[in-house]
Design a protein. Structure first.
Length: 125
């Protein structure tokens, strides 16, 4: 289930992931895309809706090892039984790795604080 909306330039993250899955031989009829998410929280919320429609509660989140703790925290908080599968970041340039580490080091505590509020807000809608 590729997730991710449009960044600065097309295609959406979900489309880019879908192209890779199709190139690797995944049948198109089993791919469910979320093209609207702009954050980890939205990725999980939108994926959860698709998973619920398919009566699925378990998820394997494929993301980098720096982002995985926040993605798993979010998924579990929202009721999914989630694990992560993380490709190596060994080939990621050190500057990018440091920038991603700094981003996640700041984002994780923010998510811990905001997740209850977001869930409360969304249940009221």
């Amino acid at each position: 289930m590729p997730c991710g909306g449009l960044g600065i330039y097309p295609p959406t993250e979900a489309e880019a992931i879908q192209y890779i899955l199709l190139a690797e031989g995944v049948p198109a009829d089993v791919i469910r895309c979320d093209h609207n998410s702009q954050s980890t929280y939205e990725n999980i919320i939108n994926a959860r809706a698709i998973l619920r429609a398919e009566r699925i509660r378990d998820a394997i989140i494929v993301t980098d090892s720096l982002h995985a703790p926040r993605a798993i925290l979010t998924a579990r908080f929202l009721g999914l039984r989630a694990e992560a599968d993380t490709p190596s970041i060994r080939n990621m340039p050190m500057k990018t790795r440091l920038r991603r580490f700094r981003h996640e080091a700041l984002a994780l505590p923010v998510y811990i604080i905001r997740l209850p509020f977001w869930l409360w807000r969304d249940r009221r809608r």
